[in-house]
Design a protein around this ligand. Structure first.
Ligand code: ADP
Length: 713
């Protein structure tokens, strides 16, 4: 293990440990291997190429699709003291030349460019004789036609690599994990015997939920009322929907921005900047917004409509909580969303084969919205990861943060009306009959003679429509596949009519997001950060993320040593802002008369010891004392699986753990053989292929040893 990379991590980025996978990826690159890494959005891909770039001699070129975000990435690096630049069409010729000169002089370590730039002769000529150590391809799925963001110019990467006498190391990064895309990236970028890494897809700070039975707009207003001061994104399916939602929220006095492909470039980038700079807290957007957005303090991502597949969903939802603080990802689901997505697939994809694939993905997405078991488990299994815990305690299905209302009687009224109307009409017409409307169509069909006519007249039409949609979302009714969807009864509806099944509606209890810190100080420090950000013309989170401020409010650091203990403050950041923040904190302590007796936290962190140890290290300490896994689990009140994960994490960080002791000698060869033939992405098939007394820890340990020996998967 190379200590230098830890030093770089601490010095430039202010972190003292790597996240899962980062270290192996970095090591692979600096060992000179082409490297391919799949990490979830927000998982921490950037430092996987930034640290090798700082470690190796020569220049690193980062290819990234969105020019609008390069400045942001470069600003962040410069704030951290890294010599980075970008070249794109927003620069003048002189600025471009200056940047190239600084690359030629050997000062520049990281250069961001868009793939289109690689086609330009003068750029290739200027670069070709430089010692380029690595080319890092961000959002590498853009090279694949199977990916959702295909970019023709990604095809220019291979010819570009070939202009160098000495081929740079090629490293590709993406968050998309489907098989076609994986294969495509390796083939189309011509990666040479790459080491491939798929890091855990779990984002444990994200809370997942589905809201099925409520009026969407009412939910949004209820939600926003409780989340006034935090940043969030609301994704809607169409431009029209974005415009209308934006208008409605504006008229209710919310400071909201919008973003979709129908706006001018100028309006879009203005709107994006206001959001990045925390001037508008809320962004309403289509999926055109967000690729590469690394605003770290997005506290919630709400999907106003169900997205078309889980790949897009997890990517968009993953924009919440990049700073590791608790954040929420919500889908507002209605039966019509299914129709809309089916319609869009049929409209936009000519090939029947592709349509079939997309329909299958859509089905998986619908099932995610319908499932009553753990949402996190569903997502992780979808991405091919085993998640053995049945209750994550961090999604709506596991926590049950809902109020339950019995709506059986209304459901019976609706279903019997549908039955009497011959199961031949759409949602609106059914609602009209239940309401007792006198519209022509109702009268023409003699529906005013039905016993169910007007049986729900005390409700508004909208409420009745919502009821019907609820029943569709819960599977009591379903919509036909025709152009004008007809509401049909399912097997379940008969049970409801007969009274043998109850129908309940779950109403979400919206809880306030709370940072576990001193909120008054948090507001003060946020104010200071905003002031500095305006002065320096960078977004606030580039100065310090919310997570950093929140740690300050927990530990009240008052000097350099304690400041440097805060996750996210490196030496360079400290030298720039440390003292200004220290001063504010000291003032606050004085003004509020905080004393160590009043507030234990003010005693804080003159040294590492006073900070809580990372949980896996606490496990490690017990392990070192000789406790076995179940003893540790008992002592720490954790599940065995968690303790196993801790031990593997320690091994991954290079701590001295004897994994061999978990692999039974007599089955050792057999285990490795199964790993080799079945691959390492799923545990269950391996477990099933082995005798019962080989447990998961044996398999995980063997996989760990196997992959660290043969890093290529
Ligand atoms: P993505 O994988 O989506 O590109 P980023 O590289 O933008 O994610 O990282 C997401 C966030 O995680 C950033 O705020 C980054 O500073 C933070 N981060 C990355 N690595 C670590 C680490 N080892 N410890 C703590 N935070 C980290």
């Amino acid at each position: 293990m190379d200590n230098n990379i830890f030093n770089i991590l601490k010095k430039y980025f202010g972190y003292s440990s790597f996240r899962q996978g980062q270290e192996n990826i970095i090591q692979s690159i600096i060992d000179g291997h082409d490297t391919f890494a799949i990490m979830p959005t927000g998982g921490g891909k950037s430092i996987c190429y930034q640290i090798p770039a700082l470690y190796m001699n020569g220049l690193t070129i980062v290819i990234t699709p969105l020019i609008s975000l390069m400045k942001d990435q470069v600003d962040t690096l410069r704030e951290n003291g890294v010599n980075a630049s970008y070249i794109n069409s927003t620069l003048s010729q002189k600025e471009t030349n200056d940047t190239l000169m600084s690359a030629l002089s050997g000062h520049l370590k990281i250069l961001y460019v868009a793939p289109e730039r690689l086609e330009q002769e003068y750029f290739r000529n200027a670069i070709k004789d430089l010692p380029v150590a690595m080319v890092a391809v961000d959002e590498a799925h853009c090279v694949s036609q199977w990916g959702h963001d295909f970019r023709v110019s990604y095809k220019r990467i291979v010819p570009f690599i070939n202009i160098f006498d000495k081929r740079p190391i090629l490293a590709a990064f993406t968050a998309t994990a489907t098989d076609e895309v994986k294969k495509d990236i390796i083939n189309l970028l011509e990666l040479r015997e790459p080491n491939s890494f798929i890091t855990g897809f779990d984002r444990d700070n994200l809370f997942f939920s589905i809201v099925k039975n409520e009026n969407k707009f009412d939910f949004i207003t209820k939600y926003l009322a409780k989340h006034k001061d935090v940043s969030g994104i609301i994704y809607a399916a169409t431009r029209k929907e974005v415009d209308s939602l934006h208008q409605k929220l504006l008229s209710q006095g919310y400071a909201v921005g919008k973003y979709h492909a129908g706006m001018s470039d100028n309006d879009r980038s203005k709107s994006q900047d206001l959001f990045l700079y925390d001037e508008t807290k809320l962004m309403i957007a289509t999926n055109a917004f967000g690729m590469g957005i690394d605003k770290s303090n997005v506290r919630f991502v709400i999907h106003y409509n169900m997205p078309k597949n889980l790949e897009s969903y997890y990517q968009e939802a993953g924009r919440a909580g990049r700073d590791g603080e608790k954040s929420e990802c919500i889908i507002l689901f209605s039966g019509q969303d299914i129709q809309i997505q089916k319609f869009l697939i049929r409209q936009s994809i000519p090939s029947f084969d592709r349509q079939r694939i997309e329909m299958k993905k859509l089905n998986d997405m619908i099932n995610y919205c319908m499932t009553t078991s753990c949402l996190r488990k569903y997502i992780l299994n979808y991405f091919g990861e085993d998640y053995e815990v049945d209750n994550c305690d961090n999604c709506i299905n596991c926590t049950g943060n809902v109020e339950i209302v019995d709506i059986t009687l209304d459901a019976q009224k609706i279903i019997s009306c549908i039955y009497r109307m011959g199961q031949n009409f759409g949602v609106t017409m059914i609602a009209e009959v239940l309401k007792g409307s006198k519209n022509n169509k109702v009268l023409r069909f003699n529906f005013d003679k039905l016993s169910t006519y007007g049986i729900m007249k005390d409700y508004t039409l909208k409420q009745i429509t919502n009821f019907i949609n609820t029943l569709i979302a819960d599977g009591y009714l379903y919509l036909s596949d025709s152009e004008y969807p007809i509401v049909k009864m399912s097997k379940e509806s008969i049970d409801v009519l007969k009274g043998s099944k109850k129908v309940v509606q779950k109403i979400h209890i919206v809880a306030e997001l709370s940072l576990s810190t001193d909120n008054n100080l948090f507001e003060i420090l946020k104010g200071l950060r905003l002031e500095l950000s305006r002065k320096e013309n960078v977004p606030p989170y580039i100065i310090f993320s919310d997570a950093v401020l929140s740690e300050m409010c927990k530990y009240y650091p008052k000097d350099k040593i304690s400041m440097l203990q805060i996750k996210g403050i490196g030496e360079l950041k400290y030298s720039k802002y440390g003292e200004i923040f220290e001063k504010k904190i000291k003032e606050y302590i004085k003004e509020t008369n905080l004393t160590p007796e009043d507030n234990k936290a003010t005693l804080i962190v003159p040294e590492i010891l006073s900070k809580k140890l990372p949980t896996h290290i606490e496990t490690f300490n017990l392990y070192k004392k000789g406790l076995n896994l179940s003893e540790i689990a008992k002592a720490r009140n954790l599940s065995i699986t968690t303790v196993q994960e801790h031990i593997l994490k320690c091994a991954n960080e290079g701590l001295n753990v004897n994994l061999d002791s978990y692999i039974p000698e007599e089955y050792k060869d057999l285990i490795y053989e199964k790993i080799k033939t079945l691959g390492t992405s799923k545990l269950r098939p391996i477990k099933e292929a082995l005798p019962d007394d080989v447990d998961y820890m044996a398999i995980k340990s063997a996989i760990f040893k196997y992959t660290s020996k043969n890093k290529a998967i």
